[in-house]
Design a protein around this ligand. Sequence first.
Ligand code: FES
Length: 569
Amino acid sequence: MPRSSQWYSGDDRNSYIHRAWMRRGLPSGAFDGRPHIAIANTASDLTPCNAHLDEVSRSVADGIHSAGGIPLNLPVVSLGETQVRPTAMLWRNMAAMAIEEMLRANPIDGVVLLGGCDKTIPALLMGAASVDLPAVVVPGGPMLTGTFRGVPLGCGTGVWQLSEEVRAGTLSAAEFTRSESSMIRSRGHCNTMGTASTMGLLAEVLGMTLPGVAGTPAPDSHLLEAAHDTGVLAVDLIDRDLRPSAVMTRASFLNAIVALAALGGSTNAVVHLLAIAGRLGVDLTQDDFDRVGSSVPLLVDLQPAGRFLMDDLYRAGGLHAVLAEIRDLLDPAALTVTGRPLAGYLDDVRVYDREVIRTRERPLQPEAGIAVLYGDLAPDGAVIKPAAASPGLLTHRGPAVVFDSIEDLHARLDDPDLDVTPDSVLVLRGCGPRGYPGMPEVANMPLPAKLLADGVRDMVRVCDGRMSGTAYGTVVLHVAPEAAAGGPLAKVRTGDVIILDVPNRRIDVDVPAAEFAAREPAPGTVAAYARPSRGWERLYVDTVGQADTGADLDFLRGSSGDAVSRESH
Ligand code: FES
């Protein structure tokens, strides 16, 4: 009997109540044991990247109907990356927790997860992993390429580039504003290889989508076709009782790490994959990203590391064409929701544009992926994406210029008297999960205006926060423990020499060890943040983990399953 029959199948008062209130539009026979499938939909006008998902949901529902299931729309917490304050990451765990609880509490047998914008697919996967009901994702897909001044403009990446031009005085404010509608050309999520693109593609590599759908542009009719097919698949998935814990295994996560490197994906995937794995009890560590992924070549020439955008990747053959190039690095046993291994879908793929998808012999970079650094400044690790960094800065010594908060940075960065040179190392603390709170995307801090005017375009930057997946630069991020949790970043002073040595995976400070150990944290950096008095922020600050374990709440790691033991009627 399907799980929903626990609600509907009896002839007692409780079953009467559950059935009767649902008899508004459901077909006769809806309670005869057919699978009831939620469509967990993150469509929202305030998540503009996901606003089209209602249309996608209708196609999913048609597919579920056609296969004999009952589709049930379940609007869930949505997060618009560009809209919510103070940072969307503060709410990822809240969305995941709410999704988990609503999937468990309701009479459903499985779920189709509709996401797109950065945090939505991670939150959906975290929630579904914790409940472990049969689940499948439809990634909402990227927007089409817009052009400005005759050249393609990548979402996010273009913002950073154009805003630096304004600060350097080479672009007027009016022209800057004029570019907005060029950057956001259509429905869909950001079209660079940012976090949304990365997590949509990795959802497929994890085995959690209909094979071949990830990366389909949002306005493309293939997306609705695939959404319909996903609805059909969801019914079959419940018949086969194939659950996320059987699909998202350690092998799947290691495949995702390999793909992340070959795609040049976002550093945010590190915290998201760790958090999803944590919900499943999969033994995945930050070091796996370096060990498995750092020697994988970068094969996809997409912004921010390269030139093209997501619909170019789709045109060039898409995700499967990339995976076929690195097939020998993938675990052939890792399953997809169809029950077939991911590797089984890579036989007949072709690459249609070798400028977009490179061969292993002619990669964009020979070694991509995420490097995990340790040292005086990061006892529990920090990450850097060498593919987005300046090669000449991957080994560097320079004096620190320390900022205690993002507000401090904004107040002083462009001060003509700021003692900073191109060799300086910008250090920004107070931006970790607990300190901000919410671990915002600020690690790719802007460069001082006077250096920009001199033509400087990259500097070494160190931060306990995250970086937008659409950003670039020599940025050491996710420093753990963060300053607010007592990490050594709290002890660094302006003028201390920072030593970055990516080849040897080190980030140190050139201060005698005894002297550094004896130092007190700078005033206001540790446990001096204002503890929120109530609400989600209070719960978050009290229980959030550090970046090296995915920044999930400590009590949400592990699965609780789908059982609900009590009934109130
Ligand atoms: Fe939604 Fe970039 S703002 S994906």
